[in-house]
Design a protein around this ligand. Structure first.
Ligand code: APR
Length: 173
């Protein structure tokens, strides 16, 4: 599924974030930035050990913030590492942190002149954020940013399972 937001394109696809050829891919990391399971583990495996070496120099990342590294063996030139909130029930501050993880990733991309990026669904795996609650927050935040910043030409959400893709499609609809 693909929609135009001003002159930019917002895409929803099923797939593996590590295979994307966008300028940057976004990692759903943790505050230590030293790797983990899920998307984080897959990105570190695909990028190779130099990614961890660079991450070690960064001193971590706060929840809701984002930092950038090179992509090493990935097709994407950069990885933007963001830290989503751990879900402990619906509440406004958790939602604001999820919003912030998306927005800061986009701001970091824009500051580097990156024109296309791919996001996984942040916080909806190990961090337990229900997909049906997270998808509208993710989409709303990205759409708002693209309206204000057409220099980001393409944002692709790469959803891992057909059910995840359907939840995002429903939210976009
Ligand atoms: N490509 C795209 N999406 C993926 C991939 C992949 N290769 N692998 C997993 N996913 C999906 C999961 O199905 C889930 O919907 O990404 C979503 C996010 O799940 P997690 O990777 O568990 O991320 P998150 O919930 O933000 O938890 C972060 O997990 O491993 C750690 O170091 C990471 O501690 C941090 C925590």
């Amino acid at each position: 599924m693909e929609v135009k937001i001003g002159s930019s394109v917002l895409e929803l696809v099923q797939g593996d974030i590590t295979e994307q050829d966008t300028g940057a891919i976004v990692n759903a990391a943790n505050r230590a930035l030293l790797g983990g399971g899920g998307v984080d583990g897959a990105i570190h495996r695909a990028a190779g050990p130099e990614l961890l070496d660079e991450c070690r120099t960064l001193g971590g990342c706060d929840t809701g913030d984002a930092v950038i590294t090179r992509g090493y063996k990935l097709k994407a030139r950069y990885v933007i590492h963001t830290v989503g909130p751990v879900y402990r029930g619906a509440n406004p501050s958790t939602e604001r942190l999820l919003e912030s993880a998306y927005r800061r990733s986009l701001e970091v991309a824009r500051a580097k002149g990156i024109r296309s990026l791919a996001f996984p669904s942040i916080s909806t795996g190990a961090y337990g954020y229900p997909l049906e609650e997270a998808a509208p927050v993710a989409l709303r935040t990205v759409i708002k940013f693209l309206r204000a910043h057409p220099e980001i030409e393409r944002v692709r959400f790469v959803l891992y399972s057909p059910a995840d893709l359907r939840a995002f499609e429903k939210a976009l609809g």
